[in-house]
Ligand binder design. Structure first.
Ligand code: SF4
Length: 90
């Protein structure tokens, strides 16, 4: 699943906030998470436990991975609970 899109549309902060996503700030990429959409499959924590660690506060730290690593893991989320917005203009 492409974590930068919803219904083939590029996501915006407004769109995600409206849908109940919470923002986890990063330097060049923000990660968004919606607990009501998550199906707890765990691809994220298995994919990169430095970025996604249940039990830590905040449980998502975007800057613990590279932009490419973060995107790769986010795109393995089967439910769409994880989204991202790049801020590096790419
Ligand atoms: S990969 Fe997506 S659906 Fe699975 S636990 Fe992580 S956020 Fe939830």
């Amino acid at each position: 699943m492409d974590g930068s899109k919803v219904n083939n549309q590029s996501v915006t902060e407004e769109m995600l906030t409206e849908q109940g996503y919470r923002k986890y700030l990063g330097e060049d990429l923000d990660i968004y998470y919606n607990k009501d959409v998550c199906v707890h499959i765990g691809n994220c924590v298995r994919g990169n436990p430095n970025v996604f660690e249940v039990g830590r506060r905040p449980w998502i730290i975007a800057d613990n991975g590279s932009i490419e690593e973060d995107i790769q893991v986010i795109n393995t989320c089967p439910s769409g609970a994880l989204k991202y917005i790049r801020k590096d203009g790419k």
